[in-house]
Design a binder for this molecule. Sequence first.
Ligand code: GTP
Length: 312
Amino acid sequence: MATASSFARRLGAAVREVSLKKGAGGWYGPHMAAAERAVLERIPLVDLVVEVRDARIPFTSAFESLRQRVCSHKHMILLNKVDLANRSLTEKWMKHFENQNRLCYGVNAHNKDNIKELLSIVRAKIKELKVGESTYTATVMLAGIPNVGKSAITNSMHQIGRISAAEKGKLKHAVVSPQPGETKDISSYKIASHPNIYILDTPGVLSPKIADDDSASKLALTGTVKDSLVEECKLARYFLAVLNSSEEYKHWENLKDAVDDTLSLNSREKLMAGCHTDQKRRRQYSSDHTQDITWLRKSQASWLGIFCLQLI
Ligand SMILES: Nc1nc2c(ncn2[C@@H]2O[C@H](COP(=O)(O)OP(=O)(O)OP(=O)(O)O)[C@@H](O)[C@H]2O)c(=O)[nH]1
């Protein structure tokens, strides 16, 4: 019987094969090369670089070329999507990065308290970096591979950050999407006043040289490359193999109960009504899909987006 690792190899090989395909068939075209250059060129110009990683794959989701260019004192690692990851492993990873002299914090971009805490960590770090300067404006760059949640974090920090009422009235919105590669340009958003702190949201960058099939399969499963670039059945097989080999398959039971409850209230119609309400709600709040559990693949969320799994 095929194991998770054999499915991972097949999926990973498919992902690596498409990496350098030209046009819509691949992901690393001239646009991504230009984005990578623009991000790397900004490193010396910003005060702090926050490398956003996916908490489910804290090692594999590294932005390698950035890591090699930014010095440790102005490099922070932010593990996002902690709500989808294994909590105790996330804590271990945070300690691991701190031991490497990197400031590290774990967040759920959609959690207000997490974002408030992140804002105070960033403010304190900037204060430390600017010690001796009485007035200043600081810039923080969020960078990382596609779909790790940079724009979602940007929006939350911009909305929750301490800025004037007039500025709150003119809030900007970064595009948040379950599809990777939606952010096309570098944009600035204010997150604090006195001193002024701005955050730069940047396009996701994924090197075409993925180390091995195993890493490539993890990236595909967590939504770093578009599902349509690899055969979706390969993704589905790997996803189910991972699920079967972990305790997480028990979630299927809960899901079944939830659907049974709905059906026992008489009704396929109710199920359909729920679906319509859900779609209406999505139209209203188009920025956040991966929180939804009930309508599994309808939102195009990544395969792992709906389960709490850790792949490393
Ligand atoms: N569950 C969960 N979903 C999240 C979190 N952060 C972001 N997301 C979702 O992940 C998806 C990608 O988020 P984006 O903010 O668009 O990611 P990005 O890094 O800006 O993507 P690119 O444009 O490819 O660079 C969206 O569906 C978000 O709603 C989080 O902390 N938890």
